[in-house]
Ligand binder design. Structure first.
Ligand SMILES: Nc1ncnc2c1ncn2[C@@H]1O[C@H](COP(=O)(O)OP(=O)(O)OP(=O)(O)O)[C@@H](O)[C@H]1O
Ligand SMILES: [Mg+2]
Length: 596
């Protein structure tokens, strides 16, 4: 790096002078009319600061030319006639983003966020373009050392400059990738995962709602026919077809992992007049059953302090038997006659709700776990698979939730995240490896609170806790959604970095606007106009909020936009495949065999 100043301005790049200033914006009276057409919205301007070494850097929000009538200089030949001429008033409004200094102390060429001083009226202003722009954009990623660089693509205002975010900052305090359907979010996630894979021990858990990221674990052959190596390990929440002989990587979330509230949100009908009794008996029995497991396992230290919420296995059949005993129980009455017990008939509906969940194969991952999942050591083995690097050292784990029924999706994602978070929470601080949850399609299970039902509220509790406290324990969220207006505000407002792709809906744009400082309102106006794969990168991971073009990932997720028109001209629908799909629908499973 040379020590020469990066920004050097000559007369042709001089725009004009500062005409008015408010806290974050400057109005520049443009004197160099030839430059005006080149100063597009989004271009950068430099304003001479308090000293010769200091420039304030701003981003153009608005460029205007107003025509004004003006009396021309009187013609000496005809001094009596007054002519009126039309002159342009050129103005440019910019929002202040940072301060650049050619030298400060011993450091040369330093750019920092925030304006250190307010620009003064009549200060000289310049347009940053050409060589100045290239050098300036290069400066943005310069101070990041190799271990922090997260390269996402290139800047739109200068295609030759790589857009590099600070990888630490990007993940440290939660990030969000937002954009309408088809704007390129899933591809952006793949790209981030690909970059993370280059770190030796990345630790990321992707909650994959559509099985889109399966390609990262089983990459298709590249064009040359060469097999690409996988960058992620695949897991799947067991579907109805995985209950017998589950394949490797199939995950179960047995009922005993759920805490009391989570379990009750699924099976208790709060409008039932016996609901308090039902909840009480359930709690008592679960506690007793967990206690007896701990006694049988000789886990006396755990037994001394466990609670009803502790994940300790017990048999559902035993629970049902105890509940049934209550429901049909009798007690001695007067004169030795047996009369109805205290709970007699009060648990019938609770039991039948529980039984119907147990019978439903779609809930098999919870209520029909394999024998092994009732062993005391099973949980530690499972969590180790998810939190430590598994086979082939693949630290990125894609968990396919696509076969989980939508009504329990929130609770399943919530339990899953809570368990991993709790384990991290209780781990010795110096032994923790930080990890990230990528919450794809977050609007499905992290809804705004107003319209959340009991089940959804439980999921929110887990994720909101991570959003609020996760930083301290090295757990972070990457929230991905096409409907930011449907995603919990508590979670979004904890995000410090945003990658916002094309966003066409008004409501969604407003949500994003409210999450950003006011000064960026102008920059956000361009959101509906972004092309696929173009995004605004905002937050503390990058020095300047900037429009960037994301690099296309090496392994594309299975979410390509289909070429309707073209495909209609090429292939006819496959009737055998349609018939096979009907059977798959009946079976509720794509995995088990039986169709070609
Ligand atoms: N950086 C990019 N450059 C070029 N094309 C891209 C880029 N990113 C995505 N695309 C294309 O855009 C299409 C949609 O991308 P993607 O599946 O990532 O969208 P999405 O935002 O996740 O949509 P949805 O919300 O429906 O899941 C794909 O066909 C992909 O090839
Ligand atoms: Mg997607």
């Amino acid at each position: 790096m040379t020590d020469a100043p990066i920004l050097t301005f000559d007369a042709p790049s001089r725009l004009g002078k500062v005409a008015s200033v408010d806290t974050s914006r400057v109005l520049i009276a443009v004197e160099n009319a030839a430059l005006l057409p080149r100063a597009a919205v989004g271009s950068l301007v430099a304003i001479q600061g308090a000293t010769a070494q200091e420039f304030l850097i701003g981003m153009t929000e608005r460029v205007t030319r107003q025509l004004r009538d003006q009396t021309a200089q009187p013609d000496p030949m005809e001094p009596a006639t007054l002519t009126v001429e039309v002159v342009p008033d050129d103005c440019l409004r910019a929002v202040l983003l940072g301060t650049y200094r050619t030298i400060t102390g011993t450091v040369r060429n330093l750019f920092k966020r925030g304006a250190d001083s307010f620009p003064q009226i009549d200060r000289e202003c310049f347009l940053i373009e050409g060589g100045n722009l290239q050098r300036f954009m290069g400066l943005l990623g310069r101070d990041l050392d190799e271990t922090q660089r997260l390269e996402l693509g290139h800047f739109l205002i200068d295609q030759s400059a790589a857009a590099i975010a600070n990888g630490d900052r990007f993940f440290q305090r939660h990030a969000a990738i937002l954009g309408s359907t088809g704007s390129g979010k899933s591809c952006a996630v793949s790209l981030v995962l690909e970059r993370a894979h280059a770190r030796k021990h990345a630790n990321i858990i992707v909650l994959d709602m559509h099985g889109e990221y399966a390609s990262l674990a089983k990459p298709p052959k590249s064009e040359g026919g060469k097999a690409q190596s996988p960058i992620a390990a695949a897991f799947k929440i067991a579907g109805p077809g995985d209950l017998t002989n589950p394949e490797q990587g199939t995950l179960f979330l047995p009922y005993w992992l759920l805490n009391r509230e989570e379990m009750l949100s699924m099976i208790l009908d709060r409008s039932d007049q016996n609901a308090p009794n039902q909840a009480m008996r359930f709690t008592t029995h679960v506690r007793e059953l967990k206690d007896s497991t701990l006694r049988d396992e000789k886990q006396e230290t755990v037994r001394a302090t466990f609670t009803v919420d502790s994940p300790v296995p017990y048999k559902l059949a035993d629970l049902l038997a105890k509940l049934r005993d209550d429901d049909t129980g009798t007690k001695p009455g007067k004169k030795d006659a047996e009369i109805k017990g205290d709970w007699n008939g009060k648990l019938t509906r609770f039991i039948s709700r529980l039984e119907s969940k147990i019978e439903d194969r779609r809930y098999g991952f919870m209520f029909k776990p394999p024998e092994a999942a009732l062993k005391y050591d099973w949980l530690a083995e499972q969590i180790t698979k998810l939190l430590a690097a598994g086979e082939k050292d693949l630290g990125i784990k894609v968990v396919d939730f696509s076969e989980v029924p939508s009504d329990v999706l929130p609770i399943v994602t919530g339990v899953f995240a809570r368990l991993l978070y709790d384990v991290q929470f209780w781990m010795q601080a110096e032994k923790r490896t930080p990890f990230v949850f990528v919450c794809d399609e977050a609007h499905l299970y992290l809804p705004t609170r107003d319209d959340a039902d009991a089940v959804e509220k439980q999921a929110l509790v887990s994720f909101e806790r991570i959003a609020k406290e996760g930083r301290k324990y090295g757990v972070s969220l990457l929230v991905v959604s096409q409907r930011p207006s449907d995603v919990s505000r508590t979670i979004l407002s904890q995000c410090n970095n945003f990658l916002v792709l094309r966003l066409t809906n008004d409501q969604d744009q407003n949500v994003v606007r409210r999450l950003m400082p006011d000064s960026l309102a102008g920059v956000l106006d361009g959101l509906p106009l972004l092309d696929t794969g173009e995004a605004l990168l905002l937050g503390d991971a990058i020095l300047l909020p900037a429009r960037i073009k994301l690099k296309f990932p090496a392994i594309e997720p299975l979410s390509q936009t289909r070429a309707f028109w073209q495909e209609w001209g090429e292939s006819d629908p496959d009737s055998a495949a349609v018939a096979a799909a009907v059977e798959t629908l009946r079976r509720q499973s794509r995995t088990s065999g039986g169709f070609a």
